[in-house]
Design a protein around this ligand. Sequence first.
Ligand code: GN1
Ligand code: MG
Length: 368
Amino acid sequence: MKREEQTIIEVCSRFAIKGEYRYYEIINSGHINTTYRVFYYRNNEMKDYILQRVNTYVFQNPEQVMENISAVTEFVRAKIKQVQTTAKRNVLHYVPTHDGKYYTYTDDGEFWRCCRYIDDSVCFLKSDNLHIIEGAGQKFGEFQVHLADYPVQSLHIVIPHFHNTINRYEDLKKAIAMDIHGRASSVQAEIDGFMSVRDIAIKPYQLQKQNILPLRVTHNDTKISNVLFDAKTLAPLSVIDLDTVMPGLVAFDFGDAIRICASTGEEDERDLNNVALDLEKYEAFTKGFVQQVCGSLTEDEKRTLALGAIAMTAECGARFLTDYLNGNVYFRIHYDGHNLVRARAQLTLAKDMIKHLDEMQAIVDKYC
Ligand code: GN1
Ligand code: MG
Protein backbone atom coordinates (compact mmCIF):
# COMPACT_ATOMS: atom_id res chain seq x y z
CA MET A 1 0.00 0.00 0.00
CA LYS A 2 1.29 3.45 -0.93
CA ARG A 3 2.15 5.90 1.80
CA GLU A 4 -0.45 8.30 0.44
CA GLU A 5 -3.15 5.65 0.86
CA GLN A 6 -2.04 4.88 4.41
CA THR A 7 -2.32 8.56 5.25
CA ILE A 8 -5.78 8.76 3.69
CA ILE A 9 -7.05 5.77 5.65
CA GLU A 10 -5.57 7.08 8.87
CA VAL A 11 -7.00 10.56 8.41
CA CYS A 12 -10.43 9.18 7.43
CA SER A 13 -10.47 7.08 10.61
CA ARG A 14 -10.58 10.32 12.59
CA PHE A 15 -13.88 11.32 10.98
CA ALA A 16 -17.27 9.80 11.74
CA ILE A 17 -17.31 7.65 8.62
CA LYS A 18 -18.94 4.23 8.92
CA GLY A 19 -18.19 1.18 6.81
CA GLU A 20 -15.08 -0.39 5.35
CA TYR A 21 -12.50 1.54 3.34
CA ARG A 22 -12.28 0.33 -0.29
CA TYR A 23 -10.26 2.72 -2.48
CA TYR A 24 -9.53 6.33 -3.34
CA GLU A 25 -9.07 8.59 -6.35
CA ILE A 26 -7.23 11.88 -6.70
CA ILE A 27 -9.19 14.86 -8.00
CA ASN A 28 -6.71 17.03 -9.83
CA SER A 29 -8.69 20.04 -10.96
CA GLY A 30 -8.05 22.53 -8.11
CA HIS A 31 -4.97 24.74 -8.05
CA ILE A 32 -4.66 25.03 -4.28
CA ASN A 33 -5.87 22.19 -2.03
CA THR A 34 -5.21 18.47 -2.46
CA THR A 35 -8.45 16.58 -3.00
CA TYR A 36 -9.31 12.89 -2.82
CA ARG A 37 -12.52 10.97 -3.34
CA VAL A 38 -12.60 8.10 -0.88
CA PHE A 39 -14.90 5.08 -1.14
CA TYR A 40 -16.33 3.15 1.81
CA TYR A 41 -18.55 0.08 1.73
CA ARG A 42 -21.49 -0.10 4.09
CA ASN A 43 -24.91 -1.76 4.06
CA ASN A 44 -24.19 -3.31 0.67
CA GLU A 45 -23.43 -0.06 -1.06
CA MET A 46 -20.55 2.28 -1.78
CA LYS A 47 -20.49 5.58 0.08
CA ASP A 48 -18.04 8.19 -1.02
CA TYR A 49 -16.46 11.19 0.63
CA ILE A 50 -14.36 14.13 -0.40
CA LEU A 51 -11.25 14.31 1.74
CA GLN A 52 -9.12 17.43 1.42
CA ARG A 53 -5.79 18.58 2.67
CA VAL A 54 -6.09 22.34 2.89
CA ASN A 55 -3.18 24.38 1.59
CA THR A 56 -2.09 26.30 4.67
CA TYR A 57 0.33 28.48 2.72
CA VAL A 58 -2.74 29.95 1.00
CA PHE A 59 -5.19 29.60 3.89
CA GLN A 60 -3.12 30.63 6.86
CA ASN A 61 -6.01 30.30 9.26
CA PRO A 62 -7.83 27.16 8.09
CA GLU A 63 -9.92 26.92 11.26
CA GLN A 64 -11.51 30.23 10.31
CA VAL A 65 -12.16 28.88 6.83
CA MET A 66 -14.08 26.01 8.40
CA GLU A 67 -15.97 28.35 10.74
CA ASN A 68 -17.13 30.36 7.75
CA ILE A 69 -18.09 27.24 5.84
CA SER A 70 -20.02 25.66 8.74
CA ALA A 71 -21.94 28.85 9.40
CA VAL A 72 -22.74 29.48 5.76
CA THR A 73 -23.74 25.91 4.95
CA GLU A 74 -26.03 25.78 8.01
CA PHE A 75 -27.62 29.05 6.95
CA VAL A 76 -28.18 27.86 3.38
CA ARG A 77 -29.46 24.49 4.60
CA ALA A 78 -32.08 26.20 6.77
CA LYS A 79 -33.15 28.38 3.83
CA ILE A 80 -33.56 25.37 1.55
CA LYS A 81 -35.46 23.43 4.20
CA GLN A 82 -38.07 26.18 4.33
CA VAL A 83 -39.18 25.07 0.88
CA GLN A 84 -38.01 21.44 0.56
CA THR A 85 -38.07 18.47 2.91
CA THR A 86 -34.38 17.73 2.44
CA ALA A 87 -31.37 19.79 1.42
CA LYS A 88 -29.18 16.70 1.15
CA ARG A 89 -28.12 17.20 -2.45
CA ASN A 90 -28.22 21.00 -2.45
CA VAL A 91 -25.66 22.02 0.12
CA LEU A 92 -22.38 20.58 1.36
CA HIS A 93 -22.40 18.43 4.44
CA TYR A 94 -19.12 18.26 6.34
CA VAL A 95 -18.40 15.15 8.43
CA PRO A 96 -17.35 15.79 12.05
CA THR A 97 -14.38 14.10 13.66
CA HIS A 98 -14.98 11.81 16.63
CA ASP A 99 -14.42 14.81 18.89
CA GLY A 100 -16.98 16.93 17.07
CA LYS A 101 -14.78 19.24 14.98
CA TYR A 102 -14.94 19.75 11.24
CA TYR A 103 -11.21 19.31 10.77
CA THR A 104 -8.20 17.45 12.06
CA TYR A 105 -4.48 18.17 12.19
CA THR A 106 -1.99 15.40 11.56
CA ASP A 107 1.22 15.23 13.61
CA ASP A 108 3.15 17.03 10.90
CA GLY A 109 0.71 19.95 11.03
CA GLU A 110 -1.37 19.16 7.94
CA PHE A 111 -4.97 20.32 8.06
CA TRP A 112 -7.63 17.93 6.76
CA ARG A 113 -11.40 17.99 6.38
CA CYS A 114 -14.00 15.67 4.95
CA CYS A 115 -17.43 16.08 3.41
CA ARG A 116 -19.97 13.74 1.90
CA TYR A 117 -19.87 13.31 -1.82
CA ILE A 118 -23.25 14.37 -3.16
CA ASP A 119 -24.90 11.24 -4.62
CA ASP A 120 -25.13 10.88 -8.40
CA SER A 121 -23.57 14.23 -9.09
CA VAL A 122 -21.12 15.41 -11.72
CA CYS A 123 -19.20 18.59 -12.35
CA PHE A 124 -17.78 20.09 -15.51
CA LEU A 125 -14.47 21.87 -15.95
CA LYS A 126 -16.07 23.50 -18.97
CA SER A 127 -19.20 22.91 -21.01
CA ASP A 128 -20.62 23.63 -24.46
CA ASN A 129 -24.13 22.88 -23.24
CA LEU A 130 -25.97 26.17 -22.78
CA HIS A 131 -28.44 24.61 -20.33
CA ILE A 132 -25.58 23.53 -18.10
CA ILE A 133 -24.05 27.00 -18.25
CA GLU A 134 -27.38 28.63 -17.46
CA GLY A 135 -27.82 26.15 -14.60
CA ALA A 136 -24.47 27.18 -13.15
CA GLY A 137 -25.60 30.80 -13.34
CA GLN A 138 -28.79 29.93 -11.51
CA LYS A 139 -26.96 28.15 -8.71
CA PHE A 140 -24.43 30.93 -8.11
CA GLY A 141 -27.26 33.47 -8.25
CA GLU A 142 -29.35 31.44 -5.84
CA PHE A 143 -26.37 31.12 -3.50
CA GLN A 144 -26.23 34.90 -3.22
CA VAL A 145 -29.97 35.13 -2.73
CA HIS A 146 -29.86 32.53 0.05
CA LEU A 147 -27.17 34.54 1.80
CA ALA A 148 -28.62 37.99 1.16
CA ASP A 149 -29.61 38.40 4.83
CA TYR A 150 -26.54 36.69 6.27
CA PRO A 151 -24.58 39.07 8.53
CA VAL A 152 -21.78 39.81 6.10
CA GLN A 153 -19.49 41.45 8.67
CA SER A 154 -19.46 38.29 10.80
CA LEU A 155 -17.50 36.34 8.19
CA HIS A 156 -13.79 35.87 8.75
CA ILE A 157 -11.61 37.47 6.10
CA VAL A 158 -9.71 34.27 5.37
CA ILE A 159 -7.54 35.83 2.65
CA PRO A 160 -7.19 39.59 3.15
CA HIS A 161 -7.55 41.67 -0.03
CA PHE A 162 -8.53 38.59 -2.01
CA HIS A 163 -10.27 40.46 -4.84
CA ASN A 164 -8.53 43.77 -4.23
CA THR A 165 -7.53 44.30 -7.85
CA ILE A 166 -5.33 47.30 -7.00
CA ASN A 167 -3.34 45.19 -4.55
CA ARG A 168 -3.06 42.36 -7.05
CA TYR A 169 -1.45 44.80 -9.46
CA GLU A 170 0.86 46.02 -6.67
CA ASP A 171 1.87 42.38 -6.05
CA LEU A 172 2.69 42.06 -9.73
CA LYS A 173 4.81 45.21 -9.61
CA LYS A 174 6.67 43.87 -6.56
CA ALA A 175 7.34 40.57 -8.32
CA ILE A 176 8.70 42.46 -11.33
CA ALA A 177 10.93 44.58 -9.10
CA MET A 178 12.25 41.58 -7.17
CA ASP A 179 12.50 39.39 -10.26
CA ILE A 180 13.92 36.58 -8.15
CA HIS A 181 14.08 34.12 -11.04
CA GLY A 182 15.29 36.62 -13.64
CA ARG A 183 12.20 36.16 -15.79
CA ALA A 184 10.78 39.68 -15.96
CA SER A 185 12.53 40.84 -19.11
CA SER A 186 11.30 37.80 -21.03
CA VAL A 187 7.66 38.64 -20.24
CA GLN A 188 7.77 42.39 -20.90
CA ALA A 189 5.01 42.10 -23.52
CA GLU A 190 2.69 40.41 -21.00
CA ILE A 191 3.57 42.93 -18.30
CA ASP A 192 2.75 45.79 -20.68
CA GLY A 193 -0.47 44.02 -21.65
CA PHE A 194 -1.66 43.74 -18.06
CA MET A 195 -0.69 47.34 -17.35
CA SER A 196 -2.67 48.49 -20.39
CA VAL A 197 -5.91 47.04 -18.98
CA ARG A 198 -5.29 48.11 -15.38
CA ASP A 199 -7.49 51.20 -15.37
CA ILE A 200 -10.58 49.33 -16.45
CA ALA A 201 -9.75 46.25 -14.35
CA ILE A 202 -9.58 48.18 -11.07
CA LYS A 203 -12.84 50.07 -11.61
CA PRO A 204 -15.22 47.77 -9.70
CA TYR A 205 -12.86 47.67 -6.73
CA GLN A 206 -12.61 51.48 -6.78
CA LEU A 207 -16.38 51.79 -6.88
CA GLN A 208 -16.61 49.57 -3.82
CA LYS A 209 -14.08 51.71 -1.97
CA GLN A 210 -16.18 54.78 -2.80
CA ASN A 211 -19.18 52.94 -1.31
CA ILE A 212 -20.94 53.01 -4.66
CA LEU A 213 -21.01 49.21 -4.78
CA PRO A 214 -22.07 47.32 -1.62
CA LEU A 215 -20.31 44.36 -0.07
CA ARG A 216 -22.39 41.21 0.01
CA VAL A 217 -21.72 37.61 0.95
CA THR A 218 -20.05 36.23 -2.14
CA HIS A 219 -18.51 32.93 -3.13
CA ASN A 220 -15.40 34.42 -4.76
CA ASP A 221 -14.42 31.37 -6.81
CA THR A 222 -17.32 30.84 -9.17
CA LYS A 223 -15.80 28.63 -11.82
CA ILE A 224 -18.33 26.27 -13.37
CA SER A 225 -16.52 23.28 -11.84
CA ASN A 226 -17.68 24.59 -8.47
CA VAL A 227 -21.28 23.62 -9.26
CA LEU A 228 -22.54 20.05 -9.03
CA PHE A 229 -25.19 18.76 -11.43
CA ASP A 230 -27.42 15.72 -11.31
CA ALA A 231 -25.64 13.00 -13.30
CA LYS A 232 -28.85 11.94 -15.08
CA THR A 233 -30.98 15.05 -15.53
CA LEU A 234 -28.10 17.58 -15.51
CA ALA A 235 -30.17 19.80 -13.24
CA PRO A 236 -27.89 22.01 -11.13
CA LEU A 237 -27.71 20.78 -7.54
CA SER A 238 -25.27 22.64 -5.36
CA VAL A 239 -22.48 25.15 -5.15
CA ILE A 240 -19.23 23.72 -3.75
CA ASP A 241 -15.75 24.97 -2.73
CA LEU A 242 -16.79 27.52 -0.14
CA ASP A 243 -13.26 28.30 1.04
CA THR A 244 -13.33 31.89 -0.10
CA VAL A 245 -16.85 32.86 0.96
CA MET A 246 -16.25 36.40 2.19
CA PRO A 247 -17.62 39.90 1.76
CA GLY A 248 -17.35 40.79 -1.92
CA LEU A 249 -19.00 42.26 -4.98
CA VAL A 250 -21.79 40.63 -6.97
CA ALA A 251 -19.86 41.70 -10.07
CA PHE A 252 -16.92 39.58 -8.94
CA ASP A 253 -18.96 36.39 -8.59
CA PHE A 254 -20.60 37.06 -11.92
CA GLY A 255 -17.33 38.00 -13.60
CA ASP A 256 -15.18 35.16 -12.30
CA ALA A 257 -17.74 32.68 -13.61
CA ILE A 258 -17.79 34.32 -17.03
CA ARG A 259 -14.00 34.17 -17.14
CA ILE A 260 -14.20 30.38 -17.26
CA CYS A 261 -17.57 29.37 -18.69
CA ALA A 262 -17.85 31.95 -21.47
CA SER A 263 -14.32 31.65 -22.81
CA THR A 264 -13.87 29.75 -26.06
CA GLY A 265 -10.65 28.30 -24.64
CA GLU A 266 -9.41 26.65 -21.50
CA GLU A 267 -8.04 28.73 -18.66
CA ASP A 268 -4.60 27.54 -19.77
CA GLU A 269 -5.13 27.53 -23.54
CA ARG A 270 -1.78 27.78 -25.29
CA ASP A 271 -3.09 28.81 -28.70
CA LEU A 272 -4.28 32.33 -28.13
CA ASN A 273 -6.24 32.26 -31.39
CA ASN A 274 -8.60 29.94 -29.51
CA VAL A 275 -9.22 32.41 -26.70
CA ALA A 276 -12.16 34.81 -26.98
CA LEU A 277 -15.42 35.64 -25.33
CA ASP A 278 -18.28 33.40 -26.48
CA LEU A 279 -21.32 35.66 -26.34
CA GLU A 280 -23.80 32.79 -26.54
CA LYS A 281 -22.30 31.17 -23.48
CA TYR A 282 -22.06 34.55 -21.83
CA GLU A 283 -25.77 35.07 -22.39
CA ALA A 284 -26.64 31.62 -21.03
CA PHE A 285 -24.80 32.23 -17.75
CA THR A 286 -26.09 35.78 -17.49
CA LYS A 287 -29.70 34.64 -17.93
CA GLY A 288 -29.37 32.06 -15.16
CA PHE A 289 -27.53 34.33 -12.75
CA VAL A 290 -29.23 37.64 -13.29
CA GLN A 291 -32.75 36.26 -13.12
CA GLN A 292 -31.98 35.07 -9.58
CA VAL A 293 -30.26 38.16 -8.24
CA CYS A 294 -31.80 40.98 -10.26
CA GLY A 295 -34.51 41.85 -7.74
CA SER A 296 -31.97 42.57 -5.03
CA LEU A 297 -29.40 44.55 -7.05
CA THR A 298 -28.91 48.30 -6.97
CA GLU A 299 -28.74 50.16 -10.29
CA ASP A 300 -24.99 50.62 -9.82
CA GLU A 301 -24.55 46.90 -9.30
CA LYS A 302 -26.50 46.10 -12.45
CA ARG A 303 -24.51 48.46 -14.61
CA THR A 304 -21.16 47.07 -13.41
CA LEU A 305 -21.77 43.32 -13.79
CA ALA A 306 -20.13 43.05 -17.21
CA LEU A 307 -17.23 45.16 -15.98
CA GLY A 308 -16.73 42.57 -13.24
CA ALA A 309 -15.85 39.99 -15.89
CA ILE A 310 -13.03 42.17 -17.18
CA ALA A 311 -11.83 42.85 -13.63
CA MET A 312 -11.76 39.18 -12.63
CA THR A 313 -10.11 38.02 -15.84
CA ALA A 314 -7.36 40.65 -15.74
CA GLU A 315 -6.89 40.14 -11.99
CA CYS A 316 -6.60 36.37 -12.25
CA GLY A 317 -4.19 36.70 -15.15
CA ALA A 318 -2.08 39.18 -13.20
CA ARG A 319 -2.02 36.70 -10.30
CA PHE A 320 -0.79 33.92 -12.62
CA LEU A 321 1.92 36.19 -14.03
CA THR A 322 2.95 37.24 -10.51
CA ASP A 323 3.24 33.61 -9.49
CA TYR A 324 5.28 32.81 -12.60
CA LEU A 325 7.72 35.57 -11.65
CA ASN A 326 7.80 34.43 -8.02
CA GLY A 327 8.65 30.85 -9.01
CA ASN A 328 5.17 29.24 -8.81
CA VAL A 329 4.75 29.31 -5.06
CA TYR A 330 0.96 29.78 -5.01
CA PHE A 331 -0.84 27.95 -7.83
CA ARG A 332 -0.17 24.28 -8.49
CA ILE A 333 1.36 23.90 -11.96
CA HIS A 334 1.51 20.86 -14.21
CA TYR A 335 4.50 21.90 -16.32
CA ASP A 336 7.17 24.61 -16.45
CA GLY A 337 5.72 27.85 -17.69
CA HIS A 338 2.14 26.80 -16.89
CA ASN A 339 1.40 29.99 -14.99
CA LEU A 340 2.70 32.07 -17.89
CA VAL A 341 0.45 30.18 -20.31
CA ARG A 342 -2.49 30.81 -17.97
CA ALA A 343 -1.59 34.50 -17.69
CA ARG A 344 -1.44 34.94 -21.48
CA ALA A 345 -4.81 33.26 -21.97
CA GLN A 346 -6.44 35.48 -19.33
CA LEU A 347 -4.92 38.64 -20.81
CA THR A 348 -6.17 37.70 -24.27
CA LEU A 349 -9.64 37.04 -22.89
CA ALA A 350 -9.74 40.27 -20.88
CA LYS A 351 -8.83 42.29 -23.98
CA ASP A 352 -11.55 40.58 -26.00
CA MET A 353 -14.07 41.31 -23.24
CA ILE A 354 -13.10 44.97 -23.33
CA LYS A 355 -14.01 45.04 -27.03
CA HIS A 356 -17.41 43.56 -26.24
CA LEU A 357 -18.21 45.42 -23.05
CA ASP A 358 -21.26 47.25 -24.43
CA GLU A 359 -22.74 44.06 -25.85
CA MET A 360 -22.09 42.26 -22.58
CA GLN A 361 -23.82 44.95 -20.59
CA ALA A 362 -26.76 45.01 -23.02
CA ILE A 363 -27.28 41.29 -22.37
CA VAL A 364 -27.35 41.95 -18.61
CA ASP A 365 -29.95 44.66 -19.20
CA LYS A 366 -32.05 42.30 -21.31
CA TYR A 367 -32.57 40.00 -18.31
CA CYS A 368 -32.62 42.61 -15.60
C1 GN1 B 1 -7.74 28.98 -7.34
O1 GN1 B 1 -7.88 26.03 -6.58
P1 GN1 B 1 -9.09 26.66 -7.10
O2 GN1 B 1 -9.34 26.21 -8.48
O3 GN1 B 1 -10.28 26.44 -6.21
C2 GN1 B 1 -7.83 30.34 -6.65
C3 GN1 B 1 -8.86 31.21 -7.34
C4 GN1 B 1 -8.50 31.36 -8.80
C5 GN1 B 1 -8.41 29.99 -9.42
C6 GN1 B 1 -7.94 30.10 -10.84
C7 GN1 B 1 -7.88 30.46 -2.89
O4 GN1 B 1 -8.92 28.27 -7.14
O5 GN1 B 1 -8.86 32.48 -6.74
O6 GN1 B 1 -9.48 32.12 -9.48
O7 GN1 B 1 -7.48 29.14 -8.71
N1 GN1 B 1 -8.17 30.14 -5.25
C8 GN1 B 1 -7.48 30.77 -4.27
O8 GN1 B 1 -8.36 28.99 -11.55
O9 GN1 B 1 -6.56 31.54 -4.52
MG1 MG C 1 -11.42 27.43 -4.93
